[in-house]
Write a protein that binds this ligand. Structure first.
Ligand SMILES: NC(=O)c1ccc[n+]([C@@H]2O[C@H](COP(=O)([O-])OP(=O)(O)OC[C@H]3O[C@@H](n4cnc5c(N)ncnc54)[C@H](OP(=O)(O)O)[C@@H]3O)[C@@H](O)[C@H]2O)c1
Length: 346
């Protein structure tokens, strides 16, 4: 049986969900893939870090972080002031799984962490869109140079296969356009407003159930959707596009009156992402609220679900719906990336 070692950079919602998924699937991974995973390092911002080359006790790690303690109490190796880059060099892992917060303006510091990991001979899987948008070409080249994988399925639509679909199942196809609902939070908020809530009431409800950040502007103002569209353009259209180059309008101006007017007419407001190839190196990309009727494929995409509808030169319409994802879905996208890297490189 192969033993594969993984280090986790980031142990928040996604990092913890990944560990829980590993625990849940451990028996079937051994049986179906003849592989056993061990986590040899976990690094956080404010909960310290743990390194153990024989494998960290994962239930204990979850307990330590959930109780607000420092991971050093379960670490075999500890020096004060070890930074993330030193952690990457120090922990003996074949994979680095990166799940630190998104920086939509330059992808840092995650981009540097991933560069360090690839240069130190690790495969990298990330759930973070920032390094994909701002470093895809460079990081892919470094990975290729070292014979390592750099995969990022969970960065857009969580665990739904977008990047691997085009990478593995649909070679030699040309994507001409994509339209979709890519931001769960705004779709959820607009749904709450359809139920009669004001914008502020919807945000407060979303905050209460952890659907949005304390500062929800990244979702509401369309930044998160723009970063996702940028990742799709950079990777799948082969045209690098930053979020600032996208014609972006959020949902702040959608009033209860507008929602009611649409509802009375049997219509809905949705935050729609659209991108169309203009010529070889040019795309037109928008993120904006649109009033749609029941004939739209987006009409029934409710709650936290998302939908990407691709137009290609061969398949005129190819849609991927992800219904009500959770952090387990995101963790699954990372696990799928790890398994796909093992299939390709081992
Ligand atoms: N949540 C989702 O469902 C989801 C879905 C798709 C993609 N993503 C992406 O996945 C990433 C993680 O999301 P999340 O919800 O897990 O975030 P989170 O709960 O805030 O966790 C972030 C983790 O990164 C650590 N961290 C923060 N800054 C760091 C730094 N400078 N160096 C090293 N570690 C640092 C944090 O440390 P502390 O523990 O000390 O705070 C925490 O462990 C983001 O890029 C997000 O966009 C998330």
């Amino acid at each position: 049986m192969k033993q594969i070692s993984i280090a986790l950079l980031g142990f928040g919602n996604v990092g913890k969900a990944f560990v829980k998924l590993l625990l849940k699937k451990s028996a079937s991974l051994k049986k179906d893939y003849d592989v056993e995973f061990i986590i040899t390092g976990i690094f956080t911002n404010s909960h310290g870090y743990a390194i153990n080359s024989a494998g960290i006790n994962l239930n204990k790690a979850l307990e330590v972080v959930d109780s607000g303690e420092n991971l050093k109490i379960i670490s075999d190796h500890y020096v004060e002031q070890l930074d993330a880059n030193n952690f990457i060099y120090t922990c003996s892992a074949e994979f680095l799984l990166e799940s630190t917060p998104l920086n939509p303006f330059d992808g840092q510091p995650a981009l540097s962490f991933i560069k360090t990991a690839l240069n130190s001979g690790k495969h990298v899987v990330t759930a973070n869109k920032g390094p994909v948008v701002f470093g895809y070409k460079e990081l892919s080249e470094i990975a290729e140079h070292h014979g390592k994988g750099f995969y990022f399925e969970s960065s857009v639509m969580d665990g739904a296969p977008i990047f691997s679909l085009f990478r593995d199942a649909l070679p030699a196809i040309k994507i001409n356009a994509v339209n979709g609902i890519l931001n769960s939070c705004t779709n959820f908020l607009l749904g709450l407003m359809e139920e009669g809530n004001t914008f502020e009431e919807a945000i407060n409800q979303a905050k209460l159930i952890g659907m949005t950040e304390t500062d929800p502007s990244a979702d509401i103002d369309g930044w998160d959707a723009s970063v996702k569209l940028s990742a799709i353009s950079t990777v799948l259209f082969g045209i690098p596009l930053t979020p600032l180059q996208i014609d972006r309008t959020g949902i702040r101006e959608i009033s209860p009156e507008m929602i009611k007017e649409a509802k009375d007419a049997g219509e809905k407001w949705k935050l729609i992402c659209s991108m169309r190839r203009k010529d070889k190196n040019l795309l037109y990309a928008t993120v904006k609220p649109e009033r749609i009727n029941s004939s739209s494929p987006f009409f029934n995409i409710s709650g936290t679900s998302s939908f990407a509808l691709f137009e290609t030169d061969i398949l005129p319409g190819l849609g991927i719906v992800e219904s009500n994802p959770s952090t387990e879905t995101t963790a699954y996208g990372m696990l799928a990336d790890v398994i796909n890297i093992i299939k390709k490189y081992y």
